[in-house]
Design a protein around this ligand. Sequence first.
Ligand code: NAD
Length: 355
Amino acid sequence: MPTFTPQALHALSLLIARRMGSAEDEAQEVADHLVRANLAGHDSHGVGMLPAYVRLLQDGLLVPNQVPNTVLDAGALLVVDARRGFGQRMAADAVRRAIDRAHELGACVLALRNASHVGRIGTYAELAARDGCAFTAFVNVADHRDVQAPWGCAEPRLGTNPFCAAVPGVDGPSLLLDIVTTTIAAGKARVAANKGQRVPEGCLIDDTGQPTDDPTGFIRDRTGALLSFGRHKGSGLAVMCEIMAGAVGGGQRVDQPVRGGILNSMLATVIDVSRLADPAAVADHVEATKSHIRSSRPAPGFDEVQLPGEPERLAAQQRTDTGIPVDETTWYEIREAAAKLGITDAEVDRAVGVN
Ligand code: NAD
């Protein structure tokens, strides 16, 4: 499996985003986001998404350099329609506006509508937490085939609908929960299928509604479904993500006609912690809670007790040193997508430093 430095994958992502037509600030935002997702260990939302973005562009379902429409700007309420803009820039720009507003007013509720795939939601929580803000987000996925079978369903009826929450620490989040409401992300099934691997038991059903651990049908034939995590509880959270982001936030709904894009809407709250509580007392409570949980003996099969946000921090430290592996199929798909934009193999090799 080829392994690349973060700088090499950043250069490649920049090359592709620029050739997709993105202006420099957008191309940088996209490349930063994708490589940071890989560094965090979430390959499902890293550079392996570039082929999907090229397809969306060529199908007219992703609009580079989009100017978002501010639908409502009323004090602590901000509603932004991204109109299929490149999700990473649309979401980061909207969240930065919400952070400024939270510093001004104490808090901001942001409804971001209809961005093309915004990627790893934790990235936006990190933006807020680095600026002293607590963050929550309900996100829905629309304009895409249903992939999640809610509790009790033998067929898919929702997207993977992620939920995210973070609190600020000294330099970024001290706790960051960033989860899909399915047992695994659809991108993780793609990565497993690309590597010829099975997925853990209890994640997938096939087209007859029976459990399976083979992701091939789900990815290649678009049949079957991912199961909600935690039985009716994850399923219920997925439904609330659809309603909060789609109905309350006004984004695209899951039951609207599908054009084959990936549209994310996000209902987020951003709270300037210093306006609500003493940040030192909050930090103390967070650290005390973490220590209390860590004081438990690890359960059988666990080396250590971890808390939300730690696996990503450890992965980033490790991958900065050892590089980021990209499986052969993903690497082939990225080169193929680059070729569709007129980028030659030599240009790809130059970008990643292979001569
Ligand atoms: P995951 O299953 O790895 O869970 C990640 C979360 O669980 C993180 O908060 C992590 O810190 C925590 N965690 C992991 N292992 C832990 C442990 N041992 N102890 C304590 N906490 C632990 O990831 P996922 O749910 O598959 O989500 C992957 C990514 O996919 C997320 O970044 C999400 O935002 C992204 N996503 C995006 C979209 C979209 O449409 N834009 C859709 C779905 C998923």
